[in-house]
Design a binder for this molecule. Structure first.
Ligand SMILES: Nc1ncnc2c1ncn2[C@@H]1O[C@H](COP(=O)(O)OP(=O)(O)OP(=O)(O)O)[C@@H](O)[C@H]1O
Length: 258
């Protein structure tokens, strides 16, 4: 299934025999996953397939029952979320939640402060905080929020909140970004801008995305891994997986449509 010309060094992130059980129930079972460096790779599957659990295992939010997580050739199975974030493996949309009553600029500044090895300090000298502003403004421009720099996060539309979350993630200087359902709950009008933004920030990075919206997946992702009942069902291009009989059956058995 995997591109035969790829070598071990071509992968930014790998799961090897990854499993997670809750009691006797396996939410994820013996999953092998290889995310090629510089690509956008999707993890899809019907409801309850194990996508979120797998994601939590890859970002070290959950500890696996068995298996390994390999990041840039290094076994990170024993590391914690903050440790892997410092190595450049950063999860968006859950751990990088924004502060609703800070402005967009302040939110990005807080993320930049944490990336500079300092947690958010209310007593930091103003000059030290202000020195982060040029980079914060640059990041806001990159995600199309230059005009919203002084608006509180809570005042933003849903789509713009997601763009702000992407800016705070970029502040951590990720090499690999993991996006958990970036278009969840979004209105139709926000889909295209957020898809374009993900495409844009993928330049020079690797992205793994859990996404329910299959038209977003088809337009963004080179490779797609399909899970079902916690196990790997298949992996391939969108055309390959969408024409796979097992995938069609898996989706028709659930509430999702392919
Ligand atoms: N902490 C937990 N304890 C027990 N069972 C769990 C736990 N977390 C997840 N599960 C179960 O594991 C299975 C996989 O759940 P998971 O949330 O990973 O699936 P998913 O593919 O992300 O689903 P969805 O698309 O609905 O978000 C489900 O049956 C779920 O009920």
């Amino acid at each position: 299934m995997e591109n035969s010309t790829a070598t071990a060094g071509d992968y930014a992130l790998e799961a090897r025999g990854l499993s997670k059980s809750f009691g006797s129930f396996y939410a994820v079972k013996d999953v092998d996953l290889k995310v090629r460096r510089g690509t956008i790779h999707a993890l899809i599957g019907p409801n309850g397939a194990g996508k979120t659990t797998c994601f939590n295992l890859l970002t070290k939010t959950l500890t696996p029952t068995a298996g390994q997580v390999i990041y840039e050739g290094r076994d990170i199975t024993g590391l914690r979320t903050a440790q892997v974030a410092k190595l450049g493996l950063v999860r968006s949309f859950q751990i990088s939640a924004t502060f609703p009553h800070l402005t967009c600029l302040e939110n990005v500044r807080v993320a930049l402060q944490s990336n500079h090895g300092k947690s958010f300090r209310f007593w930091s000298p103003l000059s030290a905080i202000r020195s982060l502003d040029p980079r914060a403004v640059e990041l806001l421009e990159q995600v199309g929020l230059a005009d919203a720099a002084h608006l509180q996060a809570t005042e933003l539309s849903y789509g713009k909140k997601r763009a702000l979350e992407i800016a705070t993630t970029l502040a951590l200087d990720p090499k690999v970004m993991l996006l958990d359902e970036p278009t969840a709950g979004m209105g139709h009008e926000d889909l295209e801008p957020i898809t374009e933004l993900i495409r844009q920030v993928s330049a020079g990075r690797t992205i793994l995305i859990v996404e329910h919206n299959l038209s977003v997946v088809s337009s963004l992702c080179e490779r797609i891994t399909v899970l079902q009942h916690g196990e790997l069902l298949t992996e391939g291009t969108y055309d390959e997986v969408s024409n796979n009989e097992d995938v069609i059956t898996a989706y028709m058995g659930g509430v999702d449509a392919l």
